[in-house]
Design a protein around this ligand. Structure first.
Ligand code: PXP
Length: 250
């Protein structure tokens, strides 16, 4: 089976910093610690309202990180300029509404095809690996393929937020979506809302190559420290992968 990478999202270290407006806790320090704890990449979302990650954080992460940076960004001219300036390894295009508490759904790659096409092309031309954060729906994979995005990230929020039969239904959609997207030649990632309790069934899906996880890890770090929370998540991912006959090498 394919290797499974862990991208650690450090947005909420910046949320805590910004609650007081000072310099700590420093999300760049968290990123470096995540690297030591086994993260394969760092994810940061520069939101339009700069509620957590700042422009300066992105500049410092771009300069100081040794592992790849995945910039989550809205499909706006402002964010395209930031991406082209810093040239992160990857950019994940997400929908963004100022009033939402977190990214509430996937981007409508199908409905917004013509608006997204030049953005995906400009980022791709700058050698930034573009991914589209989508719901596990066939038309969204088809749209990502036709836009020329090499990667899609499947939104796992509905799977994480539900229970019982409803959760199983969302898990099935993620599984089937991952298989369909991979059959189109797309690289499949997943994320949003994942915790120790929800990660294993997602990590066991063989087509998924990367998980991006943030809020739970930063919250758990309050109790056990960031390094331990990341190591534990990594272990659960590896166990899920191994129980499906894979090696845990990345
Ligand atoms: N992937 C994407 C595209 C996201 O927007 C987010 C949230 O910023 C995550 C993953 C991580 O979600 P969480 O913080 O709930 O783990």
């Amino acid at each position: 089976m394919n290797a499974l990478r862990l991208g650690v999202n450090i947005d909420h270290v910046a949320t805590i910093r910004n609650a007081r407006g000072g310099a700590f806790p420093d999300p760049v320090r968290a990123a470096k610690l995540a690297e030591q704890a086994g993260a394969d990449g760092i994810t940061a979302h520069l939101r339009e309202d700069r509620r957590h990650i700042s422009d300066e954080d992105i500049a410092r992460l771009s300069r100081e990180l040794k592992i790849p940076l995945n910039l989550e960004m809205a499909a706006t001219e402002e964010m395209v300029s930031v991406a082209l300036k810093h040239k992160p390894h990857a950019a994940c295009i997400v929908p963004e509404r100022r009033e939402e508490r977190t990214t509430e759904g996937g981007i409508d790659a199908h409905g917004q095809h013509n608006r997204l096409a030049p953005i995906v092309a400009r980022l791709g031309k700058a050698n930034i690996r573009v991914s589209l954060f989508i719901e596990a729906k066939k038309e969204q994979f088809d749209a990502a393929k036709s836009l020329g995005a090499p990667v899609v990230e499947i939104h796992t929020g509905a799977y994480c937020d539900t229970r019982g039969a409803e959760r199983e239904k969302h898990l099935k959609a993620v599984r089937e979506g991952a298989a369909y997207g991979a059959s189109l030649g797309l690289e499949i990632h997943a994320g949003h809302g994942l915790s120790y309790d929800t990660v294993k069934p997602i990590a066991a899906i063989p087509e998924i190559r990367e998980l991006n996880i943030g809020h739970f890890l930063v919250g758990e770090a309050i109790f056990v420290g960031l390094e331990r929370s990341i190591r534990q998540m990594r272990q659960l991912m590896d166990e899920a992968r191994a129980s499906h006959g894979s090696a845990s090498t990345r």
